[in-house]
Design a protein around this ligand. Sequence first.
Ligand code: SF4
Length: 357
Amino acid sequence: MPATTAAPLIDITRIYAEPAALDLPRGREMAARWPAAEIVPVESHWRIPEVHGDEANVRRWVRIKREALVLGVKKSITVRPNGRSADFIAPSTANGCAMACAYCYVPRRKGYSNPITAFTNIEQIMGGVARHVQRQGVKPAPNQCDAHDWVYDVGENSDCSADALLGDNVRDLVELFTRFSTAKASFATKYVNRDLLQWDPQRRTRVRFSLMPTEMARLTDIRTTPVPQRIAAIDDFVEAGYEVHVNFSPVIVAPGWLEEWRGLFRQLAAGIGPAAKAQMACEVIMLTHNAALHEVNLGWHPKAEEVLWRPEVQETKRSENGAINVRYRAGTKRGYLDRFLALLAEELPWCRVRYAF
Ligand code: SF4
Protein backbone atom coordinates (compact mmCIF):
# COMPACT_ATOMS: atom_id res chain seq x y z
CA MET A 1 0.00 0.00 0.00
CA PRO A 2 1.21 3.52 -0.67
CA ALA A 3 2.25 5.35 2.43
CA THR A 4 -0.41 8.03 2.45
CA THR A 5 -0.76 9.71 5.77
CA ALA A 6 -2.88 12.28 7.55
CA ALA A 7 0.27 13.68 9.18
CA PRO A 8 1.55 17.02 7.84
CA LEU A 9 3.80 16.92 4.81
CA ILE A 10 6.65 18.33 6.83
CA ASP A 11 7.24 18.37 10.58
CA ILE A 12 10.95 18.68 11.18
CA THR A 13 12.41 16.98 14.25
CA ARG A 14 16.06 16.56 13.11
CA ILE A 15 18.21 19.02 11.26
CA TYR A 16 21.40 17.61 9.79
CA ALA A 17 23.58 20.65 9.26
CA GLU A 18 26.99 21.40 7.92
CA PRO A 19 28.37 23.88 10.49
CA ALA A 20 29.11 26.41 7.71
CA ALA A 21 25.50 26.15 6.52
CA LEU A 22 24.13 26.76 9.98
CA ASP A 23 26.44 29.76 10.44
CA LEU A 24 24.87 31.66 7.56
CA PRO A 25 21.84 33.86 8.31
CA ARG A 26 19.56 31.63 6.19
CA GLY A 27 20.74 28.56 8.09
CA ARG A 28 20.00 30.18 11.43
CA GLU A 29 16.58 31.32 10.26
CA MET A 30 15.64 27.89 8.99
CA ALA A 31 16.77 26.18 12.16
CA ALA A 32 14.77 28.75 14.18
CA ARG A 33 11.58 27.70 12.39
CA TRP A 34 11.86 24.32 14.09
CA PRO A 35 13.04 25.22 17.60
CA ALA A 36 12.33 21.77 19.03
CA ALA A 37 14.34 19.98 16.35
CA GLU A 38 17.57 18.26 17.30
CA ILE A 39 20.55 19.66 15.40
CA VAL A 40 22.94 16.99 14.17
CA PRO A 41 26.23 18.40 12.84
CA VAL A 42 27.43 16.68 9.66
CA GLU A 43 30.67 17.06 7.80
CA SER A 44 29.05 17.02 4.39
CA HIS A 45 25.43 17.12 3.30
CA TRP A 46 26.32 14.44 0.76
CA ARG A 47 27.32 11.86 3.35
CA ILE A 48 24.62 11.18 5.92
CA PRO A 49 24.26 7.39 5.90
CA GLU A 50 21.43 7.33 8.43
CA VAL A 51 18.99 9.18 6.16
CA HIS A 52 19.56 6.69 3.36
CA GLY A 53 17.99 3.97 5.47
CA ASP A 54 16.55 0.76 4.15
CA GLU A 55 15.05 1.27 0.73
CA ALA A 56 12.45 -1.44 1.35
CA ASN A 57 11.22 0.16 4.56
CA VAL A 58 8.78 2.66 3.16
CA ARG A 59 7.37 3.76 6.53
CA ARG A 60 10.82 4.70 7.64
CA TRP A 61 11.71 6.67 4.56
CA VAL A 62 8.42 8.52 4.54
CA ARG A 63 9.10 9.43 8.16
CA ILE A 64 12.53 10.71 7.19
CA LYS A 65 10.94 12.79 4.41
CA ARG A 66 8.60 14.40 6.92
CA GLU A 67 10.98 14.81 9.83
CA ALA A 68 14.47 15.40 8.45
CA LEU A 69 15.91 18.58 7.03
CA VAL A 70 19.45 18.82 5.73
CA LEU A 71 21.25 22.16 5.55
CA GLY A 72 24.23 22.49 3.25
CA VAL A 73 26.31 24.99 1.34
CA LYS A 74 26.13 24.77 -2.43
CA LYS A 75 29.62 24.67 -3.83
CA SER A 76 29.21 24.90 -7.58
CA ILE A 77 27.05 27.80 -8.66
CA THR A 78 26.57 27.25 -12.35
CA VAL A 79 23.72 27.96 -14.71
CA ARG A 80 23.21 25.25 -17.33
CA PRO A 81 21.52 25.53 -20.71
CA ASN A 82 18.28 23.56 -21.10
CA GLY A 83 16.15 24.55 -24.10
CA ARG A 84 13.14 22.33 -23.43
CA SER A 85 10.88 23.71 -20.74
CA ALA A 86 13.29 26.49 -19.78
CA ASP A 87 16.19 28.22 -21.46
CA PHE A 88 18.42 27.64 -18.44
CA ILE A 89 18.57 25.60 -15.28
CA ALA A 90 19.44 27.84 -12.33
CA PRO A 91 21.71 26.48 -9.61
CA SER A 92 19.36 24.72 -7.23
CA THR A 93 18.60 26.11 -3.80
CA ALA A 94 17.47 22.66 -2.64
CA ASN A 95 17.40 19.04 -3.62
CA GLY A 96 15.24 16.16 -2.47
CA CYS A 97 11.51 16.12 -1.87
CA ALA A 98 9.01 15.50 0.89
CA MET A 99 6.62 13.86 -1.54
CA ALA A 100 6.99 10.34 -2.93
CA CYS A 101 5.75 9.99 -6.51
CA ALA A 102 6.31 6.42 -7.64
CA TYR A 103 7.95 7.49 -10.93
CA CYS A 104 9.94 10.40 -9.48
CA TYR A 105 12.85 11.28 -11.75
CA VAL A 106 14.40 13.80 -9.36
CA PRO A 107 17.82 12.40 -8.49
CA ARG A 108 17.78 10.51 -5.20
CA ARG A 109 20.92 11.89 -3.72
CA LYS A 110 20.09 10.66 -0.24
CA GLY A 111 18.68 7.24 -0.90
CA TYR A 112 14.99 6.56 -1.27
CA SER A 113 14.01 8.80 1.60
CA ASN A 114 15.72 11.70 -0.17
CA PRO A 115 14.66 14.37 2.36
CA ILE A 116 14.93 18.02 1.43
CA THR A 117 18.40 19.49 1.53
CA ALA A 118 18.31 23.28 1.51
CA PHE A 119 21.31 25.38 0.60
CA THR A 120 21.78 28.31 2.89
CA ASN A 121 24.26 30.33 0.79
CA ILE A 122 21.28 31.87 -0.96
CA GLU A 123 23.01 35.23 -1.47
CA GLN A 124 25.78 33.56 -3.48
CA ILE A 125 23.30 31.53 -5.51
CA MET A 126 21.21 34.60 -6.29
CA GLY A 127 24.35 36.55 -7.22
CA GLY A 128 25.28 33.81 -9.71
CA VAL A 129 21.81 33.90 -11.27
CA ALA A 130 21.74 37.72 -11.44
CA ARG A 131 25.11 37.86 -13.18
CA HIS A 132 24.00 35.25 -15.69
CA VAL A 133 20.78 37.14 -16.44
CA GLN A 134 22.72 40.36 -16.96
CA ARG A 135 25.15 38.67 -19.33
CA GLN A 136 22.31 37.35 -21.52
CA GLY A 137 20.84 40.76 -22.27
CA VAL A 138 17.56 40.82 -24.16
CA LYS A 139 16.24 37.58 -25.64
CA PRO A 140 16.81 37.96 -29.36
CA ALA A 141 13.82 35.96 -30.62
CA PRO A 142 10.83 34.04 -29.25
CA ASN A 143 11.29 30.32 -28.68
CA GLN A 144 9.26 27.47 -27.18
CA CYS A 145 10.22 28.49 -23.65
CA ASP A 146 8.87 32.03 -23.90
CA ALA A 147 8.14 34.75 -26.41
CA HIS A 148 10.07 37.49 -24.59
CA ASP A 149 11.93 36.35 -21.49
CA TRP A 150 14.80 34.05 -20.77
CA VAL A 151 13.28 31.33 -18.59
CA TYR A 152 15.24 29.92 -15.65
CA ASP A 153 14.05 26.70 -14.06
CA VAL A 154 14.65 27.17 -10.34
CA GLY A 155 13.24 23.81 -9.23
CA GLU A 156 15.08 21.12 -11.14
CA ASN A 157 15.98 19.02 -8.11
CA SER A 158 13.10 19.63 -5.72
CA ASP A 159 9.53 20.92 -5.50
CA CYS A 160 9.75 24.65 -4.74
CA SER A 161 6.27 24.84 -3.18
CA ALA A 162 7.28 22.25 -0.60
CA ASP A 163 10.70 23.85 -0.12
CA ALA A 164 8.91 27.09 0.74
CA LEU A 165 7.46 25.41 3.84
CA LEU A 166 10.98 25.26 5.23
CA GLY A 167 12.47 28.68 4.64
CA ASP A 168 12.65 31.75 2.44
CA ASN A 169 14.93 30.57 -0.38
CA VAL A 170 12.12 30.27 -2.89
CA ARG A 171 10.58 33.56 -1.84
CA ASP A 172 13.95 35.26 -2.33
CA LEU A 173 14.22 33.81 -5.83
CA VAL A 174 10.72 34.95 -6.73
CA GLU A 175 11.61 38.45 -5.51
CA LEU A 176 14.94 38.37 -7.33
CA PHE A 177 13.24 37.83 -10.67
CA THR A 178 10.96 40.85 -10.14
CA ARG A 179 14.13 42.95 -10.57
CA PHE A 180 14.69 41.67 -14.12
CA SER A 181 12.90 42.80 -17.26
CA THR A 182 14.45 40.10 -19.47
CA ALA A 183 14.09 36.89 -17.46
CA LYS A 184 11.59 34.92 -15.45
CA ALA A 185 11.77 32.05 -12.96
CA SER A 186 9.85 28.84 -13.50
CA PHE A 187 9.16 25.71 -11.50
CA ALA A 188 6.89 22.68 -11.74
CA THR A 189 4.96 21.65 -8.67
CA LYS A 190 2.60 19.02 -7.33
CA TYR A 191 1.96 20.77 -4.06
CA VAL A 192 -0.29 23.73 -3.35
CA ASN A 193 1.35 26.01 -0.83
CA ARG A 194 -0.98 28.94 -0.33
CA ASP A 195 1.71 30.93 1.47
CA LEU A 196 2.99 31.76 -2.01
CA LEU A 197 -0.18 33.76 -2.63
CA GLN A 198 1.02 36.37 -0.15
CA TRP A 199 4.13 37.15 -2.21
CA ASP A 200 4.39 39.68 -5.03
CA PRO A 201 5.79 37.86 -8.10
CA GLN A 202 4.80 40.55 -10.64
CA ARG A 203 4.42 37.89 -13.37
CA ARG A 204 8.14 37.18 -13.27
CA THR A 205 7.59 33.63 -11.97
CA ARG A 206 5.89 30.88 -13.92
CA VAL A 207 4.37 28.14 -11.77
CA ARG A 208 3.73 24.94 -13.70
CA PHE A 209 1.12 22.86 -11.92
CA SER A 210 1.62 19.21 -12.80
CA LEU A 211 -1.65 17.52 -13.65
CA MET A 212 -2.76 14.03 -14.55
CA PRO A 213 -6.10 12.21 -14.27
CA THR A 214 -7.19 12.05 -10.64
CA GLU A 215 -7.33 8.27 -10.31
CA MET A 216 -3.87 7.83 -11.80
CA ALA A 217 -2.52 10.55 -9.51
CA ARG A 218 -4.03 8.77 -6.52
CA LEU A 219 -2.10 5.69 -7.53
CA THR A 220 1.23 7.28 -8.35
CA ASP A 221 1.52 10.81 -6.85
CA ILE A 222 2.04 9.86 -3.23
CA ARG A 223 1.91 12.63 -0.58
CA THR A 224 1.13 15.31 -3.16
CA THR A 225 -1.81 17.74 -3.20
CA PRO A 226 -4.83 16.02 -4.84
CA VAL A 227 -5.30 17.05 -8.48
CA PRO A 228 -8.70 18.80 -7.97
CA GLN A 229 -7.04 21.06 -5.39
CA ARG A 230 -4.18 21.83 -7.77
CA ILE A 231 -6.71 22.91 -10.42
CA ALA A 232 -8.66 24.91 -7.85
CA ALA A 233 -5.51 26.86 -6.97
CA ILE A 234 -4.78 28.04 -10.53
CA ASP A 235 -7.05 31.11 -10.57
CA ASP A 236 -5.74 32.21 -7.18
CA PHE A 237 -2.13 31.99 -8.37
CA VAL A 238 -2.93 33.96 -11.53
CA GLU A 239 -4.67 36.59 -9.43
CA ALA A 240 -1.69 36.77 -7.08
CA GLY A 241 0.58 37.71 -10.01
CA TYR A 242 2.08 34.41 -11.12
CA GLU A 243 2.10 33.20 -14.66
CA VAL A 244 0.51 29.76 -14.40
CA HIS A 245 1.06 27.00 -16.88
CA VAL A 246 0.27 23.31 -16.59
CA ASN A 247 2.56 20.38 -16.94
CA PHE A 248 0.74 17.29 -18.20
CA SER A 249 3.20 14.80 -16.89
CA PRO A 250 3.99 12.08 -16.80
CA VAL A 251 1.54 10.76 -19.37
CA ILE A 252 1.10 7.12 -18.37
CA VAL A 253 -0.43 4.81 -20.93
CA ALA A 254 -2.77 2.25 -19.38
CA PRO A 255 -6.19 0.88 -20.32
CA GLY A 256 -8.65 3.76 -20.75
CA TRP A 257 -5.93 6.40 -20.47
CA LEU A 258 -7.20 8.76 -23.17
CA GLU A 259 -10.71 8.86 -21.75
CA GLU A 260 -9.26 9.63 -18.33
CA TRP A 261 -7.26 12.47 -19.83
CA ARG A 262 -10.42 13.75 -21.51
CA GLY A 263 -11.99 13.87 -18.05
CA LEU A 264 -8.99 15.77 -16.68
CA PHE A 265 -9.09 18.30 -19.53
CA ARG A 266 -12.78 18.92 -18.86
CA GLN A 267 -12.09 19.32 -15.13
CA LEU A 268 -9.44 21.89 -15.97
CA ALA A 269 -11.65 23.76 -18.46
CA ALA A 270 -14.45 23.95 -15.89
CA GLY A 271 -12.17 24.75 -12.99
CA ILE A 272 -10.40 27.89 -14.17
CA GLY A 273 -11.57 31.29 -15.35
CA PRO A 274 -10.93 33.39 -18.47
CA ALA A 275 -7.88 35.19 -17.05
CA ALA A 276 -6.09 31.89 -16.38
CA LYS A 277 -7.05 30.50 -19.78
CA ALA A 278 -5.81 33.60 -21.59
CA GLN A 279 -2.27 33.16 -20.29
CA MET A 280 -2.18 29.35 -20.18
CA ALA A 281 0.21 27.05 -21.97
CA CYS A 282 1.24 23.50 -21.27
CA GLU A 283 4.00 21.00 -21.63
CA VAL A 284 3.44 17.30 -22.18
CA ILE A 285 5.93 14.69 -21.06
CA MET A 286 5.47 10.99 -21.61
CA LEU A 287 6.49 8.65 -18.82
CA THR A 288 10.04 7.46 -18.43
CA HIS A 289 10.81 5.00 -15.68
CA ASN A 290 13.84 3.34 -14.23
CA ALA A 291 14.78 -0.28 -13.57
CA ALA A 292 16.23 0.30 -10.08
CA LEU A 293 13.21 2.34 -9.03
CA HIS A 294 10.93 -0.38 -10.40
CA GLU A 295 12.62 -2.95 -8.14
CA VAL A 296 12.21 -0.73 -5.09
CA ASN A 297 8.59 0.09 -5.90
CA LEU A 298 7.70 -3.59 -6.25
CA GLY A 299 8.46 -3.87 -2.54
CA TRP A 300 6.04 -1.18 -1.39
CA HIS A 301 3.70 -0.20 -4.18
CA PRO A 302 3.34 -3.02 -6.75
CA LYS A 303 0.01 -1.67 -8.02
CA ALA A 304 1.70 1.45 -9.37
CA GLU A 305 4.23 -0.76 -11.17
CA GLU A 306 1.40 -2.44 -13.06
CA VAL A 307 0.94 0.83 -14.98
CA LEU A 308 4.50 2.19 -14.85
CA TRP A 309 6.42 -0.92 -15.90
CA ARG A 310 5.03 -2.20 -19.22
CA PRO A 311 7.86 -4.01 -21.08
CA GLU A 312 5.49 -4.93 -23.89
CA VAL A 313 5.30 -1.27 -24.99
CA GLN A 314 8.55 0.08 -23.55
CA GLU A 315 12.21 0.01 -24.53
CA THR A 316 15.27 0.39 -22.34
CA LYS A 317 17.97 2.98 -22.66
CA ARG A 318 21.16 3.23 -20.63
CA SER A 319 21.56 6.79 -19.38
CA GLU A 320 24.86 8.70 -19.16
CA ASN A 321 25.28 7.66 -15.53
CA GLY A 322 24.72 3.99 -16.35
CA ALA A 323 21.13 3.75 -15.05
CA ILE A 324 18.68 1.65 -17.04
CA ASN A 325 15.74 3.81 -18.01
CA VAL A 326 12.63 2.67 -19.80
CA ARG A 327 10.37 4.70 -22.07
CA TYR A 328 7.64 3.97 -24.56
CA ARG A 329 9.10 2.54 -27.78
CA ALA A 330 9.85 5.31 -30.25
CA GLY A 331 7.17 4.54 -32.86
CA THR A 332 4.59 3.62 -30.25
CA LYS A 333 5.34 6.76 -28.29
CA ARG A 334 4.83 8.97 -31.35
CA GLY A 335 1.41 7.37 -31.83
CA TYR A 336 0.46 7.92 -28.17
CA LEU A 337 1.65 11.51 -28.28
CA ASP A 338 -0.24 12.27 -31.49
CA ARG A 339 -3.45 10.92 -29.99
CA PHE A 340 -2.86 12.86 -26.79
CA LEU A 341 -2.21 16.12 -28.66
CA ALA A 342 -5.28 15.64 -30.88
CA LEU A 343 -7.44 15.17 -27.80
CA LEU A 344 -5.87 18.18 -26.14
CA ALA A 345 -6.56 20.35 -29.21
CA GLU A 346 -10.16 19.14 -29.26
CA GLU A 347 -10.84 19.67 -25.55
CA LEU A 348 -8.63 22.66 -24.70
CA PRO A 349 -8.20 24.67 -27.90
CA TRP A 350 -7.11 27.67 -25.83
CA CYS A 351 -4.18 25.79 -24.30
CA ARG A 352 -1.01 26.31 -26.32
CA VAL A 353 1.50 23.46 -26.24
CA ARG A 354 4.94 24.80 -25.40
CA TYR A 355 6.68 21.50 -25.49
CA ALA A 356 5.71 17.82 -25.94
CA PHE A 357 8.13 14.97 -25.56
S1 SF4 B 1 6.72 16.07 -6.30
FE1 SF4 B 1 8.25 15.98 -7.95
S2 SF4 B 1 10.21 15.88 -6.87
FE2 SF4 B 1 8.64 15.34 -5.40
S3 SF4 B 1 8.48 13.11 -5.42
FE3 SF4 B 1 6.96 13.92 -6.87
S4 SF4 B 1 7.99 13.95 -8.88
FE4 SF4 B 1 9.57 13.78 -7.28
